[in-house]
Ligand binder design. Structure first.
Ligand code: SF4
Ligand code: SF4
Length: 486
């Protein structure tokens, strides 16, 4: 039996299991695709309004390493490219590509690959990029970019530990598609040339563990069950539990020879490489006491949430809050017209009973409980005060960007201080400041380049005028000499 390590802090949280089987979502009338993928990075539409598109067709391309292409999840007509409300902490509206489905679900002909080992790792990475695959654990970072690393990777970790309570989409996917997930892991291992692969599940996922045990038929893949301590599903925390390696703040796991991929991502890679099918669907957990019949649903990306909730028997009358993600890290939604994105793993409709109303904020009593539970080994109370007083440099010195926004500090704070809310606001302020300074530097460089160009042009003109004058003088002298000879 593998000896497991512990990460700093963390909390044992009440489990919210979901035993209902996976159901398939019906086809919605509209599929909605936000073009904004990650902070400030947009995909570019490659179709026009009124174009007919087929299921699996690329409809938006990626022009930066931080975006991935988007594909239509069903056939229909491009109805609009217009602002719609998107899943964002500030309830933003932003440009979305909208497809009116035609009910036919006509798909492109996909190109399967019979043996991935006949392809080079570079070709497979290119296929993963073309298939629009991103990390399905919630971060939605483009997988092809994550795989394009220079360091040697000795261990690939397939993360099947659900990241927080209520979410069970990964457990249900494993139970149904264990063989395909193992195939996806082997493809990743081949791309990375990684000697070892660990598939991690949580100790309370017995069905999923059994399915994987039956599916694994190679010694290069090891299955490990980890304790359900929140947030074991965090990348650095999981690496520490499985291998005892503590990845320092500011360092990436790849620098230590590790790379993590989510279970859903491994499955999406299997689908893309083996069957040529791009990322057009995912499993999402629709749950909470505010839903009449909670389920894990296999759904097309782009489906409006209200369509899925209707398929789960609708809301019950006590529902008070709609959250995308889990109860710890999810974001509150102001509307169920928002569509499922590649990053959506859970929709949580909570009732008053589930929501513990937070008492009024009180002054910090310096108890240190927030630091005790912080899995990133930060000092949340310090970060809070620096952030609140606008001391952004100190926040960076105190590793604010290592905060994974897990919410453990919030949960234990006896003074009910909204720590994570402040951390998100401070990170936003730092990003805006960095962007402003980048723009100011750009403007300065542009101005300096202009000045240099002008000076160069003036010098060139001066040199030209001098040359011209010298030629005239030379001609004059020649003419004078000629006259004298005559
Ligand atoms: S939210 Fe951030 S600061 Fe608070 S416990 Fe989690 S990682 Fe630490
Ligand atoms: S848990 Fe709350 S009261 Fe205690 S030190 Fe942290 S911020 Fe202050």
């Amino acid at each position: 039996m593998t000896k497991l390590a512990h990460f700093h802090g963390g909390l044992k949280l009440a489990a919210h299991t979901l035993s209902a089987p996976i159901i398939d979502s019906s086809l919605p009338e509209e599929l909605i695709y936000p073009l904004l993928q990650r902070a400030h990075h947009y995909a570019t539409p490659i179709v026009k309004i009124n174009d007919r598109v087929l299921k699996g067709q690329m409809i938006a391309s990626a022009n930066t390493p931080f975006t991935a292409p988007i594909h239509a999840a069903s056939s229909g007509i491009v109805k609009a490219i217009e602002p719609r409300i998107i899943a964002h902490p500030s309830n933003l509206t932003d440009d979305c590509l909208v497809i009116e489905t035609d009910g036919l679900d006509t798909a492109l002909t996909f190109s399967p690959c019979l043996n991935y080992q006949n392809e080079t790792p570079e070709n497979l990475r290119a296929k993963i990029h073309q298939a629009g695959i991103v990390g399905l654990g919630g971060a939605a970072f483009p997988t092809a970019t994550k795989l394009a690393i220079e360091q040697d990777i000795h261990t690939l970790i397939i993360n099947g530990a659900e990241c927080e309570p209520y979410i069970s989409c990964d457990a249900s996917l494993i139970t149904q598609k264990a063989t395909e997930i193992v195939q996806g892991a082997l493809i990743l291992q081949y791309i990375l040339q990684a000697k070892h692969c660990i598939i991690a599940v949580e100790e309370n996922m017995s069905q999923a563990e059994k399915a994987l045990q039956q599916a694994i038929s190679t010694d290069s893949i090891q299955l490990i069950s980890v304790p359900a301590i929140y947030p074991t599903g965090g990348e650095k925390q999981l690496i520490q539990v499985l291998t005892g390696t503590n990845i320092p703040a500011k360092s990436l796991p790849t620098a230590y020879g590790f790379i993590c991929q989510n279970i859903g991502t491994a499955y999406a890679i299997y689908q893309a490489i083996t069957h040529g099918i791009p990322l057009i669907e995912r499993i999402i957990t629709i749950t909470g006491q505010g839903i009449n019949q909670p389920h894990n649903i296999r759904t097309r990306i782009g489906t409006p949430i209200k369509h899925l909730i209707a398929q789960c028997g609708g809301y019950n009358k006590d529902v008070q809050r709609l959250i995308m993600g889990g109860s710890m890290m999810g974001i509150a939604l102001s509307s169920d017209a928002i569509a499922v994105t590649k990053a959506s793993n859970c929709i949580l409709a909570m009732t008053g009973d589930e929501l513990t109303s937070k008492p009024a904020e009180m002054p910090c009593i310096r108890c240190g409980d927030c630091a005790t539970v912080c899995p990133a080994e930060l000092l949340p109370q310090q970060l809070y005060w620096y952030g609140r007083s606008g001391q952004l440099e100190q926040c960076q010195d105190y590793q604010l960007f290592s905060c994974i926004e897990c919410g453990c500090c919030d949960l234990v704070c006896p003074s009910h201080i909204p720590l994570v809310q402040q951390f998100r606001a401070t990170k936003g302020a730092i990003s805006i400041k960095a962007k402003q300074s980048e723009q100011a530097n750009l403007a300065k460089t542009r101005f300096q380049n202009q000045q240099q160009r002008r000076a160069r042009e003036e010098q060139e003109q001066l040199a030209k005028a001098e040359k011209r004058q010298a030629t005239i003088e030379k001609m004059k002298a020649a003419s004078l000499a000629k006259k004298k000879t005559l």
